[in-house]
Each structure stands twice: as structure tokens, then as C-alpha cells.
Design a protein around this ligand. Sequence first.
Ligand code: SAH
Ligand code: SF4
Length: 385
Amino acid sequence: MESIWVRGPTEFIMTKTNLFDLNYAALSAFLKAMGEPAFRAKQLFQWMHQRGVVDFNAMSDMSKRLRERLSETAELTLCTIDSEHIATDGTYKWVMRLSDGNCIESVYIPEDDRGTLCVSSQVGCVLNCSFCSTGQRGFSRNLTVAEIIGQVWIAVRRLSEANGEHDRRITNVVMMGMGEPLLNFEAVVSAMDIMMDDNAYGISKRRVTLSTSGVVPMMQRLREISDVALAVSLHAPNDALRNILVPLNRKYPLAELMQTCRDYFKVHGKRRVTFEYVMLDNVNDKPEHARQLVDLIGDMNCMVNLIPFNPFPETIYKRSKRDRIDAFWRTLEAAGITCVTRKTRGDDIDAACGQLVGDVQDRTTRSQSIEQRQIKLKEQLDAFR
Ligand code: SAH
Ligand code: SF4
């Protein structure tokens, strides 16, 4: 945790520790190593996350000597807002620029009884789900803790500047922005710790949700160390179809994924898993799919979120028709499964699920363009139907 000296082109330069990379435990250890008493961590954490102060010199209840020492060894660095978009329904989207030039996106969705911030975990995504704009655009890198929690820090500040202190608050966080959070496990878990910490954002653990496309080993690890809410992106009730929609299914097929979900909630007994199911016209929305889904999850303590597909320019998919979504919903409800159809928000600013793209310097070695991949996908689906 201490600052490291590294050899620069002509001299030794010191890399400072970015304190936004540290959760409470790590910040305590950092300060302890400096010989500081335990209460300093609480003070410093509150300055950074609750008061939003990013200048050590403004931290008036800390001694001048400590502020100087912190300035020498540490820094308080966050991403910056590249642009802000406000939809007619009050949804905000921020494009945030990172120090290496990549951009990520975060979205705030106000509702009557809550305010939800949708946070990104990676620049792009390697998992390449065929209906997801983020996945189709490739992957650059994992976000740091500072870049993840920085999205919350910036959103809190912007919302209070724009609306006044109490008008628009963040009551819920969903890790449903760009990226697969379980493929950036350590940083995401640390950032979620900070979200839930009473000396930082104090969000209840039931109101922090991690959404995964089903990275089975990491779900098992998460179960052991965190009790945030879990959402699983299911999208298909059988392996053949899920292999096409969520290619990760070839590695972790449904039987394994379902067993992991059951185990997850043996531990976190009182809560239930949320399954997300994107409604794709004539692909996964037929009556037989609803029946298969009932067979797959009917005995679990779960709920289902039906997400009307949000289109993006290159896609071959279409949003399911309203009557198909309603019929699907009725089949699940009739089987006793709680089912909610998600309202699409932020349509006019491309802020809806699966539309977040940022500005990703793709480092994957995909040989085909998005357009070529969509043609191949159409062939796969036609063969399947
Ligand atoms: N990688 C994680 C979290 C980010 S995606 C995951 O896949 O769960 C957040 C949610 O948006 C997921 O349920 C995902 O399947 C869904 N999604 C992706 N593209 C979409 C689209 N075009 N329309 C609607 N939902 C989409
Ligand atoms: Fe990645 Fe999730 Fe998009 Fe799949 S749906 S490509 S896992 S961000």
C-alpha cells in the first residue's frame, strides 16, 4: 500500500497511492503504516466520500504535518465528466473520461420511491453477448476501484448541484453498466464495500446489486465474501439458445449455473435471486420458452425481470411485441413466479440497458467486424428456429 519508487526515463519518480483505490480496511492499513491513529481513517474517508473533498489541504481537522505527508505519498484522483445527457424522463447519462483516454458510461434513473445508479465495471466487455452493444464493441481493460467508486462520487455531486441536496438521491446501485463485474472481481468487491460503508455512501446491502452473465466460479467466491444482491442474466431457458445469446454459456452451461444459484441462496437464505431475461422478438419470447423457463426455475426462490430489448445500430434483433411480453409474463405469474416487466428508461439519450458503449480502445483480436458478426449470428439463429 505504500508508495513505490519506480525508475523513470532519467530519474527515480515516485508513484503515489490513489486513496480512492482503497476501501475502509485498506485505508486504515495505509494510515496505520504511516503511524496514524485508527480514527484518522474514518475522518479521511468522510472527507473524501461524504464531503467530496479532493484536496488534502482543505481537510481542516487534520494536522498540517499529516496533510503534508499525505500530499507527498498519496493522491485523490478521479475520472472526469466528458459529457452529461439528461433524458426527457429525468434519466441522466454521464460519459466519463479515464486518464488513458478511454470513456465509460454511468446512468442515473429516478423513480418515485428510489434513485438507481447504474455503474460500469470494465471498459467494454469480452463476453460478446450477441444482443449487447457493449459486448459487440470489444474490450479494453478492467476499471480500478477509483474509477468504479468515482462514478458514484461524481453522480452524487452532479445530482446535488443540478437538483439541490434532497431532490435526487442515490438509494440503489446496480452493477449493470459496461462490463462483466465478476471478471473484475477484486476491484468491484472493494468498490461495493465503499458504497455500503456508513462512513462513505451508506447504501444498504440489499440495495447494491451485482449483475452477472453467469461466471460460475466467481459467483461461488462472491457468495463467500459478500452479501450484496445478485442478478443473473439468463435470457434463455435452454443451452442451445443460450449458447447463441450468451456465449459464456458454452463454458458454464445452465445446469451448472442453476446449481450455483441454488447454492448461493442456501447461504443468503432470506433473499432471492433475480433473473434477467431480455425479450427478443421471435427468438426467446415464445410460449414454449416461457414454459421451459418455469420448468427451469419454478422451484427456486426467485423473481424474473423481463427487459424489452433495447436496439443499437448494427443489431439484427428486434424488441418483442407487447402481447408476447404480456403472455410470457402471465405464464410465469400463473406458475407462481414473481415477474416484473422493466420500463425502458432514457430512450432518447441511449441510456437503456445494453446501449452503453463509451469510447473503448478495443484490445481483443476479433477478426470480424460487428456487421460481419451480425450476419453470422443471423445464420445461427435461422438454423436454430
Ligand atoms: N455483464 C453483466 C452486467 C452488465 S449488462 C450482465 O450481463 O449481467 C446489464 C444487463 O443489461 C444484463 O442483464 C444484460 O443482459 C442486459 N442487456 C444487455 N444488452 C441489452 C439490450 N440491448 N437490451 C436490453 N438489455 C440488455
Ligand atoms: Fe458483457 Fe453483460 Fe454485455 Fe454480456 S450483456 S456482453 S456480459 S456487458
